[in-house]
Design a protein around this ligand. Structure first.
Ligand SMILES: C[S@@+](CC[C@H](N)C(=O)[O-])C[C@H]1O[C@@H](n2cnc3c(N)ncnc32)[C@H](O)[C@@H]1O
Length: 314
């Protein structure tokens, strides 16, 4: 994993992805200002150990396209997102350091990992927007804005707004300078603080979306989550809210998952308490949390691979 993460961070994987016909170690090293010997030994290592993704032919290194959609790519993003957290785990365990003060996750890689996993839900989201003729989409906790960028291309003409409080992710989202998307650096838990920046024309034609964000408000218990939901109910009554969440598992159901997803899912669940987030919940728990709030649940749309889309009326 360290070898893969280094190849990611130094741009080697991206460079290989752009040069589909294959590229020599020397070319990679000179274009990315890297040590040629280390580049070659690292890539040789990947060719031997991950032949399903990496190959070497007549001195040229090749990465096979499925790699960029694979769970291996997602594990790299995830490992880099939580690198600081995992390196500091002993200090966090001993309570010598605090998450959010001395230790942070990387907004850039967190967002890349989320987008790679969550983009499987995008077709359902696009269909829902088309079916209900929404004009404004507000993505709460938009990360680097990948869903909004996708909507700008697939459904041109929408008013698109992203709310994000992670500086790292917010800066990356703005770098693209997409004129049709407005990014607001703000806290999703305090919508009253960015209400005026939003300037919504019609609440009925506005769709709020949060993709794998809402569980974070469970960190301080159910009351915090209900408090946030109530604020949206008070400010945007009549609006629609799609709450998209990755399904949470109990310890026993985690044990029974196939190996291919057990590792990633159990690491995903492990990092939540360490990073002051609430735990992902099962669809049944989400149902009862929504039903006991001021927001009403309209329906639940299952989504691939292990996600649920809760359609709510604010
Ligand atoms: C798991 S990521 C999901 C990102 C994006 N929605 C996606 O599907 O790729 C959660 C995102 O929510 C953001 N976030 C969490 N709590 C937030 C808050 N209170 N206000 C604004 N953004 C928040 C995080 O910084 C992170 O970018």
């Amino acid at each position: 994993m360290k070898a893969l993460c280094s190849a990611q961070e130094t741009g080697i994987l991206e460079y290989l992805g752009k040069n589909t016909g294959g590229v020599s170690g020397e070319d990679i090293a000179s274009n990315l200002s890297l040590d040629k010997n280390i580049v070659e030994s690292l890539l040789d290592f990947l060719v031997v150990n991950l032949p399903e993704f990496f190959d070497k032919n007549e001195g040229l290194y090749i990465v096979k396209r499925p790699f960029f959609e694979s769970s291996t790519q997602n594990s790299i993003y995830f490992a880099l997102a939580y690198e600081d957290v995992l390196n500091n785990l002993p200090s966090l365990l001993r309570k010598e350091k605090k998450y959010g003060v001395e230790v942070e996750r990387s907004g850039k890689y967190l967002s890349k990992s989320s987008a790679l996993h969550n983009h499987h839900t995008w077709p359902e989201i696009v269909d829902y927007i088309k079916e209900h003729n929404f004009q404004t989409i507000v993505d709460l906790g938009c990360g680097t804005g990948d869903l909004l960028k996708h909507l700008a291309i697939t459904l041109p003409g929408l008013q698109l707004v992203g709310i994000e409080n992670n500086t790292d992710a917010a800066n990356i989202s703005k770098e693209d300078k997409n004129e049709n998307i407005k990014f607001i650096k703000g806290d999703v838990a305090t919508p009253e603080t960015w209400l005026e920046d939003l300037s919504i024309k019609s609440i009925e034609k506005t769709l709020f979306i949060s993709v794998t964000v809402w569980h974070e408000f469970l960190w301080a218990g159910e009351t915090e989550l209900q408090k946030v939901s109530s604020k949206y109910h008070a400010l945007y009554k009549g609006g629609t809210f799609l709450m998209v969440e990755k399904n949470g598992y109990s310890l026993n159901s985690l044990r029974l998952l196939p190996d291919s997803i057990k590792d990633v899912t159990s690491v995903y669940q492990m990092v939540h308490p360490i990073t002051n987030q609430g735990m992902p919940q099962s669809p049944a728990v989400w149902r009862s949390l929504i039903e006991s709030s001021e927001v009403s649940l309209v329906t639940v749309l299952p989504a691939q691979p292990d996600m649920s889309i809760f359609v709510c009326k604010l």
